[in-house]
Design a protein around this ligand. Structure first.
Ligand SMILES: [Zn+2]
Length: 363
């Protein structure tokens, strides 16, 4: 159990809650009985609410440390920060005349003074104020078509170099933002009850950073190769240049951080194939790994790291692409609904968690 919880990277309070719910879900087969037991069991709601906030803040803090450390190694000279929100207008989405323009999600970059914590961002939205650290002149939640308030569907902290460099940006993202209970229930139920469905989910899945390689950008491969060698002291290999750049960055990370880079999943060599809404098959190529700065962060947490090209990054945000983030979240939701059908106990656990989280949101 300890190994599992550590892998799942929870703040101690939440790790304990997840552990308790896990053992009850494992012991009690009847959904009705499980519901009654959980209702009785989870009595200290105030403590759990505070634990949820602590959990989010601690994880975000680790992510920030990782991003700052990487930025100091990967960029030369000055950098700038942006907070990128992907927003969607529900009003326009239900209006036939406007649907075309509005079902698409809009990327809104706002210059940021510092790393923006997810919890600070959400509290500011609830209180109707501009999150601290964002440029108020550039921050707006009004839909450009109809003016109504948009939904923020995902957010990233981005760091860019001010000059043209081999690394285009570092993106840091709380993947569970707005889907906290979903991630918790996935962790509890996929691992315990639905092990056939997919390989055990890793909660490194909850927080992720991506190193986005600057490719293609119009520069000749030879120039790009020299630039990489000058900055990182490593040679970019042969073959597809975007792929080779990603591998070269992995080698640089391994050389710089040693054991911090673990469990690399190479979907450049074995690309994931996805089908777009228009029936086109697309390859999703990146390197994915666990990254832990042992001893560098208080809680010795591990986050998910990715290395990909800027072209892949753009496609992830294009909802017409098979590899769009939106398509991924839809598939994830479908899988979860199917799990709820097969395992009604999972739905019970989810509903209880949602109730706890909803009360936290209203505070
Ligand atoms: Zn609108």
């Amino acid at each position: 159990m300890e190994k599992q919880l550590r892998r799942t990277m929870f703040h101690p309070g939440i790790a304990e809650l997840v552990g308790e719910i896990s053992s009850l879900v494992r012991m009690i087969e009847s959904p009705e009985e499980l519901r009654t037991t959980l209702e009785e069991h989870i009595d200290d709601v105030d403590r759990i609410r505070q634990d949820i906030i602590n959990d989010q803040t601690a994880g975000d803090g680790v992510l920030r440390t990782v991003g700052d450390t990487l930025a100091s190694k990967l960029f030369q000279g000055r950098t700038r920060r942006e907070y990128v929100m992907i927003t969607k207008c529900d009003t326009c989405a239900t209006d036939k005349r406007r649907q075309r323009a509005a079902t698409s999600k809009t990327k809104v970059p706002v210059p940021a003074a510092d790393y923006l914590y997810e919890h600070e961002f959400n509290s500011a939205l609830q209180e109707g104020r501009v999150p601290k650290g964002l440029n108020p002149e550039r921050f707006s939640l009004g839909c450009p078509n109809c003016g109504s308030t948009v939904n923020v569907t995902s957010t990233s902290n981005m760091i860019f170099p001010e000059t043209d460099q081999p690394v285009f940006a570092i993106a840091q993202r709380v993947k569970s933002a707005g889907r906290y209970c979903e991630k918790l229930v996935d962790t509890i139920c996929y691992d315990l009850l639905d092990t056939d469905l997919r390989t055990a989910r890793s909660i490194t899945d909850k927080y992720a950073f991506a190193i986005i390689m600057n490719h293609p950008n119009g520069m000749r491969d030879e120039e790009r190769r020299r630039m990489f060698r000058r900055q990182f002291g490593l040679t970019v290999g042969d073959g597809n240049f975007g792929d080779a750049l990603c591998y070269a960055m992995r080698d640089f990370l391994t050389a710089s951080f040693g054991g911090a880079v673990g469990r690399v999943q190479d979907s450049i060599r074995d690309p994931k194939r996805r089908v777009s809404p228009r029936g086109m098959v697309e390859e999703y190529k990146m390197l994915q790994f666990n990254f832990g700065l042992q001893g560098r962060t208080q809680d010795d947490f591990v986050v998910e790291g990715q290395i990909k090209t800027s072209q892949t990054y753009q496609r992830e945000q294009d909802r017409k692409s098979a590899i769009s983030h939106e398509a991924y979240v839809e598939v994830e939701n479908q899988l979860r609904q199917e799990m709820f059908m097969r395992v009604p106990r999972a739905r019970v656990a989810y509903e209880i968690l949602m109730r706890l989280f909803a009360s936290e949101r209203q505070v």
